[in-house]
Design a protein around this ligand. Structure first.
Ligand code: PNS
Length: 158
């Protein structure tokens, strides 16, 4: 393998959390280039627009040199083929994530047989953290400053 390997970290990131950042940081140490690929999840109603999520992620990863943030639409498997990548990164927080992630990994491989999904575990401090929980805490007036990057907390405070 001699060409530059780009690994894709896909997600809805609504909003990005410190758990996402932890996974991006770990992945950036394993692969020459990480592409954080933001998209719509058809089964979720998003709070932040796609453009805003991309903007927040760009700000959050600005100090990690080998990370870029893009948005895509359509099938993830097709996007990987288009950019000639075959590595997907996903975070696994707990056993409860496993069934959904396993199904998605195998379906992506069915759609594009070259795809390999690499699962990374976040720091244990983030195993309880999810974007939905951040939104709920913020909506009910709780403090989210320790859970999300500063630019995301600022966005909620606006
Ligand atoms: O952060 P999420 O919401 O858990 O990420 C899920 C995401 C966006 C990675 C998934 O919904 C996805 O890949 N969507 C793109 C459309 C697609 O390829 N669907 C089939 C997945 S097997």
């Amino acid at each position: 393998m001699n060409k530059k390997v780009s690994a894709v970290y896909p997600g809805s990131f609504d909003p990005p959390t410190n758990g996402h950042l932890d996974i991006i940081t770990r992945a950036s140490r394993l692969f020459p280039e990480i592409i954080v690929a933001v998209t719509e999840n058809s089964v979720k109603n998003h709070m932040f627009s796609l453009e805003k999520r991309v903007e927040l992620l760009k700000k959050s990863v600005s100090d990690i040199k080998n990370v870029k943030v893009i948005s895509f639409s359509g099938l993830l498997a097709d996007y990987l083929e288009k950019i000639d990548s075959f590595i997907l990164i996903r975070g696994l927080r707990a056993l409860s994530d496993f069934e959904y992630e396993f199904q998605m990994a195998l379906m992506n491989r069915k759609l594009n047989k070259n795809i390999e999904t690499v699962f990374l575990m976040p720091d244990q401090d983030y195993t309880f953290l999810s974007s939905s929980m951040v939104k709920e805490i913020a909506a009910l007036g709780g403090k989210i400053e320790e859970l999300v990057p500063e630019c995301v907390a600022d966005e909620f405070n606006k």
